[in-house]
Design a protein around this ligand. Sequence first.
Ligand code: PSU
Ligand code: MN
Length: 307
Amino acid sequence: MSAAGLPVDVTAEVADALADGRPVVALESTIISHGMPYPQNVAMAVEVEGIVRDAGAVPATIAVLDGRPLVGLDRDQLEVLASDGSVAKASVRDLPVLAAQRRHGATTVAATMRLAALAGIRVFVTGGLGGVHRGAQQSFDISADLTELARTPVAVVCAGVKSILDIGLTLEALETLGVPVLGVGTEEFPSFYSRTSGFRAPTRVDGADEIARVMRAQWALGLPGGLVVANPIPPADEIPAEEIGGVIEEALADLDRLGIGGQAATPYLLGRIVELTGGGSLTANIALVRNNARLGAAVAAAYAERR
Ligand code: PSU
Ligand code: MN
């Protein structure tokens, strides 16, 4: 237990901001340990914290180190997550196991949401969400990110979902689970590298104030879950869907051929896409995380303002 009696260790900076009602933005760590190569991953993590700070919010990167859930990390801890090969990918069900075994874990969207909520943080910035995998009709591979969105009250700012997933089924599952999905300044749900996906965003919103109003209304109604804030990649950084589509098909074919599944599927696909694009997808990935960090800080500020 930390001093505050929480099952998570919250840094003094983050705890003070939360106690004062100042804006705080949670950041995940699977994207660092299993989503990008070293050393671009640690550079991205440090830079994104800086963007959140410059926009007037306190960043809280979340991970498990030596079994302890941490909310707010220092530079050395980010370095460990970025470079230590023993860091497990940690979804919600892994948290108790890592705690018991005192191991390191990089938290997925699902686990980060849960730990953020325990600390009292309501806004979380990432790149892409997990969802219903292509072929889930056979494999049953549906990310725990979706079930967590149904039960944990955190707004997840992302660039939509990659078309490594079945985007249509992911949107259907979110509807079933009662999770609001907001397209930011767009009628179309974005697909991470691309501003388009061929699927409509269920709701369009324009700006941080409107997003904060939806958050307040959702939780005032006693709805238990979170929401998806889908923020398209900036036009200048976009890889058009026609261009990335073939790469994703090839990565999926390689995944099948190698027989990789379960927890390893998403990290394999992310790494393979970076290889197949000669690093081009990584540049886009970093650009969209920056863009999400700016929006997330504005949402946290708007939410904190009229609470
Ligand atoms: N999608 C991305 N980048 C990522 C992830 C997903 O475009 O880094 C990571 C997130 O941490 C997400 C996790 O929560 O992968 C989902 O993994 P799985 O599909 O095993 O639930
Ligand atoms: Mn899975």
